[in-house]
Design a protein around this ligand. Structure first.
Ligand SMILES: [Zn+2]
Length: 294
């Protein structure tokens, strides 16, 4: 069976180095196995998006030689599929309405994991509500190709997660699972900041009758202050004119040990070497840059 991977950025700003690392690793993981590499723009949350960011991300990937297969998918054009999946979950009795406000959650001491309140005390029919999925298992584990075995445990109700937000937007968890299944994605490689979303996504796949892809989470780079390198803390956009140096640096950080004679290689020579020599076992589990490297 041929493999299919994807890169799925949110258009909240230009591509930064941490995203380049995820894009490159996912690209190499597919190209080294003659697989397809798809591109999806996760534009489900308009208030967080930046005008022009999607186009800028596409141009940057192109400049780095990371060419994707087929047309770009946009989540904003796929709402009907998320609606179908949501209705399926409700029909199955796998989801329930929740009108807990942030303030109520805080008062009850709920942070991160939910306490199952609205499953026991359903909100009135007139209330505007989020939809939560009942996490069907209290214990779960999965094998990550980079991070190893991950184990999770929830008391009843505590694993229940939002698939439709109270503000009327579909939640990331639902969209990502529906889209990956629709595109036949077999391999998900992304940043480890998303690793704890994975058990929820695996639960959704089972509820919706989708196959489970293989998972690999590359380390998220932290800056000298220990913060994740992200658009939110203003990680600088990467400069395509520096692409050879940046690709070499990305390969080194991914544990791939490019030989020194590649220092003067072209972009395509670098990528060709990297595809041939890709070794996911060499990717480190964590990555903290304490020098002035970020
Ligand atoms: Zn609730």
């Amino acid at each position: 069976m041929s493999c299919i991977g994807r890169f799925a950025p949110s258009p909240t700003g230009p591509l930064h180095f941490g995203s380049l690392l995820a894009a490159l690793a996912s690209y190499l993981d597919m190209r080294s196995r003659n697989g397809k590499w798809l591109l999806r723009i996760e534009d489900l949350d308009p208030p967080r998006e930046q005008p022009g960011a999607a186009g800028s991300i596409l141009r940057t990937l192109d400049a780095f030689g990371l060419h994707w297969d087929g047309p770009v998918a946009y989540q904003s054009q796929r709402l009907e599929y998320y609606q179908d999946a949501l209705e399926q979950l409700l029909r199955q009795g796998a989801a329930y309405r929740c009108n807990c406000s942030r303030k109520q959650l805080k008062t009850r001491g709920v942070s991160g994991l939910y306490d199952g309140h609205c499953l026991r005390y359903p909100p009135p029919a007139s209330a505007s509500c989020a939809i939560r999925v009942i996490h069907p298992e209290s214990e779960q584990q999965f094998q990550d190709r980079i991070q190893g075995v991950r184990r999770y445990q929830w008391p009843p109700g505590y694993g229940d997660f939002v698939v439709f937000r109270r503000d009327g937007l579909f939640a990331y968890q639902l969209a990502v699972v529906v889209d990956d299944a629709a595109a036949g994605v077999t391999d998900i490689l992304r940043g480890s900041d998303l690793i704890d979303e994975t058990p929820h996504q695996i639960a959704l796949q089972a509820l919706l009758g989708y196959p489970m892809p293989a998972y690999a989470h590359i380390p998220v780079i932290t800056n000298p202050a220990g913060q994740k390198l992200s658009k939110q803390n203003l990680a600088p956009a990467i400069d395509p004119s520096q692409r050879q140096q940046l690709l070499l640096r990305a390969l080194s950080l991914l544990g791939q040990k490019p030989p020194t004679d590649l220092a003067t290689a072209s972009r395509d020579e670098l990528l060709s070497w990297a595809v041939t020599h890709w070794n996911i076992a060499a990717v480190p589990g964590t990555l903290s840059l304490c020098e002035s490297e970020t």
